[in-house]
Write a protein that binds this ligand. Structure first.
Ligand SMILES: [Zn+2]
Length: 167
């Protein structure tokens, strides 16, 4: 298989019995559904892969360009959101359900990972406030959170900030 961005060969990488295909620029291709073995920061597979990818150089290509699936070649991948708060965009093949992540996108998925409890909380907040939540305008995803706030408030604010960043 070849990198959909640079057309260079993708290198197979075996992690815990699962093979993924990495590019020299830190991109990675996952076969059908295997991304879910790597998408949570608590998963050992995900930690190992992230460390491996972070040793590569940053991408210098235009990631907004549509790409073809490395596996199906003739099929154009669809750009879609990975997480429910729409913070991370990925490329998914409508043919084989393979996923391509560009450099840095696995790190973003880990940063924006929601626990099942957080997902429920976000859904609840959106429902009870008719979609309107009063919040300070987002500055950066990396803004330190105020330690004096209650855990509940902080979590909701973080979720909303992620949702707003993706608009
Ligand atoms: Zn495909």
């Amino acid at each position: 298989m070849h990198c959909p961005r640079t057309n260079a060969s993708l290198e197979p990488l075996l992690i815990g019995g699962i093979t993924v295909y990495t590019s020299a620029q830190g991109g990675v291709f996952f076969d059908n559904s295997q991304i879910f073995k790597f998408s949570s920061p608590e998963l050992k597979h995900g930690q190992v892969l992230l460390k491996h990818l972070s040793e590569h150089s940053e991408s210098e290509y235009d990631v907004s360009l549509r790409i073809n699936c490395p596996k199906c070649k003739k099929i154009v991948m669809m750009r879609r959101y990975f997480s429910p708060v729409k913070a991370v965009e990925i490329d998914e093949c409508p043919g084989c359900a393979g996923i391509w992540l560009d450099s840095g996108e696995l790190a973003k998925i880990h940063e924006n990972h929601l626990t099942p409890k957080e997902r429920k909380l976000l859904a609840h907040e959106m429902a009870t406030n008719h979609g309107f939540i009063t919040i300070k305008s987002p500055t950066s995803r990396f803004t330190p959170t105020n330690k004096n706030k209650s855990a509940h408030e902080t979590t909701v604010e973080n979720l909303v900030r992620l949702a707003l960043l993706s608009l």
